[in-house]
Structures are given as structure tokens and as C-alpha cells.
Design a protein around this ligand. Structure first.
Ligand code: ZN
Length: 185
């Protein structure tokens, strides 16, 4: 098994901005802990983040948010990538759609994803759907994802488990998964 930690949309817009989740602040320390463990264990840390262009379809629904080159599309300071960690900008919900993420993961021999971030029922769910189509083993960290409401959060976790076969785990179990791979293995 070669796991990678995927961090979805932990940018200012969704943590502290116009489309923030009420639970967003509370998952920042959990994700930070998972990033630290991934660094220790040599697992790749990959951010997929909204960087919208003015004509993007999604803006009709949500209004302008996380626009490319705006401060709102910056990853929050606590989770900033270090050298050797990659950021894949996206213009759709899924971290895979037109981002090059799949081929990058394959080139790193990654076959297992530990998914964290915002929002459980939108970008996390769509990223997990694509991960399922591409054949990855997926773990979703239930205390490392957040939505607009507890209801959105819970139905999305249940949906990802029952429809995409994702394992819904807590962050302690996620650490075991992240550190079960071997560097370069
Ligand atoms: Zn968006």
C-alpha cells in the first residue's frame, strides 16, 4: 500500500471567508496533525484547491469564491505546503477534474488516499467519487472533514461509505493508514 494525504480546499474562503463551514476551524488542528504524521512517515501531502476563473460554471450557483490569484484562494497558514508538497488548482468540485491529479498520483505509485478538508458533501464527496472511478482505495477522515451543517456532513459520509466504498475513519486510524506505506515503496 502506498498512501497519500489529500487535503481539499483548506483555503481562506472556506475556512474563514464567504463560504466557510462552521466546523472548519475545528478541523484545522486535526489536518495539521495528519500533515505532520505524513511528513514523518514520508507519505505525499497533496492539496487540491479552488482557484476559479471568472467564467466558471460554478460561480452561477455560489457566486464568486476562491478566485485565482485572490488571497481567499490561499491555503490557511497552519496548513501551508512545504517544499516537495504539491498544490493542484481546480475549477470544479472534484480534485481530479482537469487537474492532472490522477496521473501525478500514479507516477508516485500512490494507490490509497486519505481524504480531509471541506466541504464533506461537495468537494470532498466529488473528489472521493472520482477516486472511486479511478480505482483508489479511499479513507475519509470523519473528524478531518466539515460541511455547512451536521446533516450535510453525516449524509455525505454515509453516501461515500455506501456508494463509493470509502472507509470512514477517525484521525487516529488515519495516522495508521498514512504511516503504513513505506517511503518509495
Ligand atoms: Zn468552487
Amino acid at each position: 500500500m502506498r498512501p497519500a494525504l489529500i487535503v481539499v480546499d483548506m483555503v481562506h474562503e472556506f475556512v474563514r471567508g464567504r463560504l466557510k463551514s462552521p466546523q472548519a476551524e475545528s478541523i484545522v488542528p486535526t489536518i495539521k496533525r495528519l500533515i505532520d504524521k505524513a511528513r514523518e512517515c514520508g507519505a505525499p501531502v497533496i492539496h487540491v484547491v479552488d482557484r476559479h476563473l471568472p467564467f466558471d460554471h460554478e460561480l452561477k450557483l455560489w457566486g464568486p469564491h476562491a478566485m485565482a490569484n485572490s488571497p481567499e484562494s490561499n491555503i490557511v497558514e497552519e496548513l501551508k505546503p512545504i517544499e516537495g508538497e504539491y498544490v493542484f488548482p481546480k475549477r470544479f468540485y472534484s480534485g481530479f477534474r482537469d487537474t492532472g491529479l490522477d496521473i501525478a498520483l500514479r507516477d508516485m505509485n500512490v494507490d490509497t488516499l486519505v481524504v480531509t478538508g471541506i466541504h464533506t458533501h461537495i468537494c470532498v464527496l466529488h473528489t472521493v467519487a472520482d477516486a472511486f472511478y479511478y480505482g483508489y482505495k479511499v479513507y475519509v477522515v470523519k473528524d478531518g472533514v466539515a460541511a455547512f451543517s451536521q446533516r450535510d456532513h453525516e449524509y455525505a459520509l454515509d453516501y461515500m461509505r455506501s456508494v463509493y466504498g470509502a472507509e470512514i475513519v477517525d484521525s487516529s486510524r488515519a495516522v495508521e493508514v498514512i504511516c503504513s506505506g513505506r517511503r518509495g515503496g
